[in-house]
Each structure stands twice: as structure tokens, then as C-alpha cells.
Ligand binder design. Structure first.
Ligand code: BDP
Length: 699
């Protein structure tokens, strides 16, 4: 904030979020010596705005256009923008902003307060260059209207999942030991940092809604309202995960049948009370009929019936239901190869295409199984063109090193968002979840407005840890999640660059270039490094059961969870072809179905996801599967060792406590990566009997 705080600013407009913008600038000025003036509507009329620090009044103008007349320079920027757009479409958009610099003044214009807030954070991101040379008029608006983080936080400490399910950053920032944590300033800071990343919605409790958490919907609603009050000034709407059986659990109803009139009435009344207390409440998140959660199947009803009853209750208030597509049988018979967990979401939901109400968002995990380091993109995304879809990513690193390993996930997410499920001529995932119809045109599906897709949802990686995310470098994943939801085509390395600047500018000692170079070398490729030393070629899992940290090749192989690799003495991988396997490959539209079905065309990195092959099968690289397993596992460990020594070299460049924290974590990552290498290599050596062609030591 220093570049802003040392200048003179004008903030013009009205509204809660404009107040926030003003307060942010005022806070920066109090620290760095600049000044800020707040103009009432019309109050900026005729004010000269020149950037001459000594004489002219303003270097930075942040204004709602409706608050005009604006200072002359801002009027000019607006005229330029309107001229460029033509008369028909001169809207900046709900959350958008226009930025330019001319005559020594940086101008940010918006139509809505949220746009002004995002414009302010854009100036923060630009830093000093925002006040340098003239800048042409740029229009920024988010690609996705819904940019949401789901917290898997429990109110009570749950005997199995703890305070935060799959949380690796300490306790919850919202809850502790059955009660609100009570640190509201921290919640406010969280809202601030999320807004700075571009996030605008948060669900404050675990999708596995236990009894205490169920009460957040009714008698403990005040606790939710208190959080909502802190997040609201940063443009973030609060959502709640609810128990599908709430009418029974909370309302004493004899049934939870979504088609029963009493159940509909209960949801309608409960929802009305929610909106009386929290008028800008976002809506519900539901995990139903999944891993033991209640759902409509108990009453012989479909998931469309289930989702629609909640949607109907929310509709009068503009709320939405995020209904999760993560539905599968976790009690399958592993002795029977005919079931395939990868198929489950498509099998359950594709037949329901067209049956969901408009305010249902079907929330689909990005891959068909469960947040593995490598999966194909879920076929559900191509199967439901008239359903609003959101893609769910796991920012918390359950399967990618649990915030003890460096694993920068933006490159993986970019691949997901850029994937074109209908083939090269169709729209990318990012466009589909932004609301594009399958033909790639925006706004044509079911007559709905262009930006009414389901957006992007991330499972939060934040806790009450001093660095927010346990591993300090895991902050970059949170930041990248928000930035990709706003601008999905941004290069992950460029996002990392922004994060490095924003994070280390205030604390780095000395020249920042070596730090930047080292962090890129450590992080840019860290997801692929992680992939190299863990489960090979897309086969997934091989983690220790329950907590999912560290290797256990057969840990899930003979369980009922549906996550198998089928390794035997002859080969490894899951045959998901139509010809001889589970038929999962046939769930994709023709282009990808043909690619995945074919042993020759299937991408190497997904080979074992789709095919069961002999160890001597030759990859596109020319290497055999078994040799590839050995080579990648040795290489992955070496890369971790290199990253660790690069970090060593940064002692003195970053604060000592931060350096020590990351160094310790690198020790653990290296230990764990070696464990993975040795177990995976030893396992496949013993199964196959094929020695390493390069004669390295395999335990
Ligand atoms: C799995 C997690 C489990 C979650 C589940 C979900 O292991 O803790 O409850 O996903 O997404 O990956 O509901």
C-alpha cells in the first residue's frame, strides 16, 4: 500500500464498499504520509486533479461514475472508455473497473462499489508503476461472477476430522471448541485478503454437517451473521453448508422427503428466517448421499428433487444452492471390477440434465475421482449444458503434500480451466463455468444472462496459523485461486510473480530479484515435481489411508473406497475403456472419448488412469512404464533437494522466522519424497522383477 499511502487521493461515491475503499486509502495514508479526501455525490465537481505532488490536489482518483460530475481528468477517462465501447455497451459491470493514467493522475472508475474495491486492489498490485508513465484506458471485469471458498471447518472438534477437516494450517479462523472463535478482526482481515485475491463468497462450515453445525441454520444463525458482518465490507457473501436431513434433525419432522409438503414448508420458513437475519446471505452448500451423508435417495427421490426443494426456498431471496456432484458408493465390492468410482458422478447426474431449477449450481470436483495430483477433467462438465456448473478445486493440499510440501497448484488449475471438453473447437472449462453455452457463445443457454454460470469454488487452505496457510508458500495457492477465478487465462508464473511482489515487498531484505528468481525456481514446477515422486502416470491414491499423507501403495487397494491401481506381476493401471474396461472413457464427448480410449493417443500422464498396461509398455517418450516410474521418482527427489538448497540460499533475504519455518518444512518434504521414491520403486521392482536400467539403488 505504500505507493498509494504516500499520495493524495480522492474517493468519490457512496456505499459500504466505497467506505471500505476510503478507509483502506486513509489507513495507508496515515502510515505513509499521503492524504485522502472523500467527496459526497457531486462534491467533486470542478475539482482540479493534477498529479503534481506539491501543488495539484490529487494523484489518484477512485470514483463511482454515478457520483459525478467527476474531476476533469476522470471525465476524460470516462469519455474515452464510452467512446471505445460505443453507445450500446458502456457499462463497466457489477464488479468491473476502468483504470487509466493521464496528466499525472491515476483514475479508477466503477459503476458499483465492488468494482471500486477491486480497482483499488488492482492499483495495489501494480504498485509504484501505477503512478509512473501514462496508461491507456483498461477495462477489467471478472470472467466468473462466482468466486467462492468453501471452508471445511467444524464448529465442534470432531472426533475424526478435528476442528478443520483436511485442514493443515492450525485451527479454524471461525470456530473453536464448539463456539465462535471470537476473533472478529481476524475474520475482517481474512475478508480483506480474499477481496485482494478476487474472492467474493465464502461458506463457513464443513460440507460434512454434523449436529452442532446443523444448528447454524437455525438457533445458531447469529454466529453466522457475526461472520457475515465482517466479510460484507469486502464484498463477500456468506454461505452455509446445510444438512439435507435438517427438517428431521432440527425441525422434528418425521421425514426429510423433498417431495413432502411439510419438508418444503420447513425449508421455506427456515430460509426466510435466514434472510431476515442476513439479508445478503448467499445460499446453501449441500453434500448429500455421499460418504454417509443423508440425501434424497433414502426416499427414492432424485438429486434434482433434493436440490430443487432448497432452491425453491432460496429463490425469493436471490440465493443459490451449491449442490455437490461428489456422489459415489464408498462401500463398493473391491472384488468386483464392474463398478468404477470414476463413473459415479456422471452416472448419477447426467440423466438429470435439464431438471434443476435455475438457482441450483451443480458443484463438480475438477476430476472424476477425488482431487488427485493428476486426473482427467470430469466428464460431467460436458454432459449438462443447460445446468449451471461450478468446478471445485482443492486449495487445501489434502492429496498434494498437506501444506508440508511445496506444491504450487496454479499450473494444474490452469490446465483444468483451459481444457476443452467438447474438443478443440468447443469452449474451455473456464468459459463453461462462466456461463458459456456449449457452442462457445455466451448468454445463449436457456435464455439466461451471460454471467450466470456456477463459477469456481475452492476448498480453503486457511487456518489460524500465523502465516494463514501453515506452509508460508501455500499462500500462493490461495492467491492464485482467486486470480484464476477472476482471469482464468493468466499465466500461473505471472500470478506467482504478483504474489511474490505483494508478499515480500514489505519484508524482503535487499535486492528482490534473487528472491524472485529463487522462488520461481522452487515453485513454478513444484506440482509436477510432486507428481513425479508420488503415484505414477495418473493412477492416483497410493496414500496412507484416512489421513492421506505419505506413501502406502496398497493402502486402499483392498478396501471398499473404489480407488485402485490393479498392479500385479504383469502390469498396472485401470482399464476404463469401453472396449474392455469400465466404459468410463465413453462418458466424454467423441473427441476425448476417442483420445482416452486409444492406448496410442492417450496422454502419457493419464495412461494408467485409462489403461491397464504391461510394465514394458513403451510411452511416447520412448521409455517403458517401469523405467519411467524409476526415473521420475529419482528425479522428483533430486528436484526437492535442489529446491531445498535454493531456499537455504535465501537466509538473510527474508525474515528469519519465515526462513526457519520453510526450512523445517523442506526437511520434511525431502524425507517424505524419499519415502515415496523408495516405496513406489521397491513395490514395482518386486512386482515386475524388472531392474532399473541405470542400476540405481532400489530398496
Ligand atoms: C475427500 C476428503 C473428505 C471430504 C470429501 C468431500 O477426504 O474429507 O469430506 O472429499 O469432498 O477428498 O466431501
Amino acid at each position: 500500500f505504500q505507493p498509494i499511502g504516500s499520495r493524495r487521493a480522492l474517493v468519490s461515491g457512496e456505499g459500504l464498499l466505497v467506505d471500505t475503499v476510503h478507509d483502506e486509502v486513509a489507513r495507508a495514508c496515515a502510515r505513509y504520509g499521503g492524504g485522502v479526501r472523500r467527496a459526497a455525490p457531486g462534491g467533486a465537481r470542478g475539482l482540479p486533479a493534477r498529479g503534481d505532488h506539491a501543488g495539484g490536489p490529487f494523484d489518484l482518483v477512485l470514483a463511482l461514475r454515478a457520483a459525478g460530475p467527476l474531476p476533469a481528468v476522470a471525465e476524460q477517462v470516462d469519455a474515452r472508455f464510452r467512446g471505445r465501447r460505443g453507445r450500446a455497451d458502456d457499462a463497466i459491470g457489477d464488479e468491473g473497473f476502468v483504470i487509466a493514467r493521464r496528466d499525472g493522475v491515476t483514475v479508477v472508475l466503477a459503476d458499483e462499489p465492488a468494482g471500486l474495491l477491486y480497482g483499488l486492489f488492482h492499483v495495489v498490485r501494480l504498485g509504484e508503476p501505477a503512478f509512473g508513465a501514462a496508461r491507456p484506458v483498461e477495462h477489467h471485469r471478472p470472467a466468473m461472477r462466482r468466486r467462492m471458498l468453501d471452508h471445511w471447518d467444524n464448529v465442534d472438534v470432531h472426533p475424526k476430522s478435528g476442528q478443520v477437516e483436511r485442514g493443515y494450517a492450525g485451527g479454524s479462523i471461525f470456530w473453536r471448541d464448539g463456539a465462535p472463535r471470537g476473533d472478529l478482526p481476524r475474520v475482517r482481515s481474512y475478508g480483506r485478503l480474499l477481496a485482494a485475491c478476487g474472492v467474493n463468497a465464502v461458506a463457513v462450515n464443513n460440507v460434512n454437517v454434523h449436529v452442532t453445525e446443523a444448528h447454524l441454520l437455525t438457533d445458531r444463525l447469529g454466529d453466522v451473521a457475526a461472520i457475515a458482518a465482517e466479510l460484507r465490507p469486502y464484498g463477500i457473501r456468506t454461505h452455509l453448508a446445510v444438512d439435507f436431513a435438517a427438517p428431521i434433525v432440527l425441525g422434528g419432522s418425521p421425514t426429510g422427503d423433498p417431495c413432502d409438503a411439510r419438508v418444503r414448508k420447513w425449508w421455506a420458513e427456515a430460509t426466510e428466517r435466514v434472510y431476515e437475519t442476513i439479508p445478503d446471505f448467499g445460499g446453501y452448500v449441500v453434500k448429500a448421499d455421499s460418504e454417509g451423508r443423508p440425501g434424497p435417495f433414502a426416499y427414492g427421490r432424485s438429486h434434482a428433487d433434493g436440490a430443487n426443494v432448497l432452491a425453491e426456498a432460496l429463490a425469493p431471496f436471490g440465493g443459490v444452492v451449491h449442490w455437490r456432484a461428489f456422489v459415489y458408493d464408498h462401500r463398493q465390492d473391491w472384488r468386483d471390477r464392474s463398478t468404477d468410482r470414476a463413473r459415479a458422478a456422471h452416472d448419477h447426474f447426467a440423466p438429470l440434465e435439464g431438471l434443476f431449477r435455475d438457482n441450483v449450481i451443480l458443484q463438480v470436483k475438477h476430476g472424476p475421482i477425488d482431487f488427485q495430483a493428476r486426473e482427467p477433467v470430469s466428464p460431467v462438465i460436458a454432459a449438462m449444458p443447460s445446468t449451471r456448473l461450478a468446478v471445485e478445486l482443492q486449495v487445501t493440499q489434502e492429496y498434494t503434500g498437506q501444506q508440508r510440501h511445496v506444491c504450487y497448484l496454479a499450473p494444474m488449475w490452469s490446465e483444468v480451466l483451459g481444457f476443452r471438453p467438447f474438443g478443440p473447437a468447443g469452449p474451455a472449462v473456464a468459459r463453461i463455468v462462466a456461463g458459456a453455452a456449449p457452442g462457445g457463445e455466451r448468454g445463449t443457454r436457456g435464455g439466461r444472462a451471460p454471467d450466470e454460470g456456477g463459477g469456481l469454488v475452492g476448498v480453503s487452505n486457511v487456518g489460524d496459523d500465523a502465516y494463514w496457510t501453515g506452509h508460508p508458500l501455500a499462500q500462493a495457492n490461495l492467491y492464485a485461486f482467486g486470480r484464476l477465478a477472476w482471469a482464468p487465462w493468466t499465466d500461473p508464473a505471472a500470478i506467482l510473480d504478483e504474489w511474490i511482489d505483494l508478499t515480500f515487498a514489505p519484508v524482503a531484505h535487499g535486492d528482490r530479484e534473487p528472491l524472485r528468481r529463487a522462488l520461481h525456481a522452487i515453485m513454478d514446477d513444484s506440482w509436477r515435481t510432486y507428481e513425479r515422486y508420488t503415484a505414477p502416470l495418473g493412477v492416483g491414491f497410493m496414500v496412507r489411508p484416512e489421513h492421506h499423507y505419505g506413501p502406502d501403495v496398497d493402502g486402499y487397494e483392498y478396501t471398499s473406497w473404489g480407488t485402485y491401481h490393479f498392479a500385479d506381476r504383469d502390469g498396472v493401471g485401470v482399464d476404463r475403456t469401453r472396449a474392455t474396461g469400465t466404459g468410463f472413457a465413453g462418458q466424454y464427448p467423441p473427441h476425448w472419448s476417442a483420445v482416452y480410449e486409444s492406448l496410442d493417443r492417450c496422454p502419457n500422464e493419464l495412461l494408467l488412469f485409462f489403461h491397464h498396461v504391461p510394465y514394458e509398455h513403451v510411452l511416447h517418450s520412448g521409455s517403458t512404464v517401469i523405467q519411467h516410474i524409476y526415473d521420475t521418482h529419482f528425479a522428483g527427489v533430486e528436484q526437492v533437494a535442489e529446491a531445498r538448497s535454493l531456499w537455504e540460499g535465501l537466509a538473510g533475504s527474508v525474515p528469519a522466522a519465515l526462513h526457519a519455518r520453510v526450512r523445517e518444512l523442506f526437511d520434511e518434504q525431502l524425507r517424505c519424497a524419499k519415502e515415496w521414491r523408495d516405496q513406489v520403486n521397491a513395490y514395482f521392482f518386486r512386482k515386475s522383477g524388472v531392474p532399473d536400467a541405470r542400476g540405481r539403488r532400489i530398496p
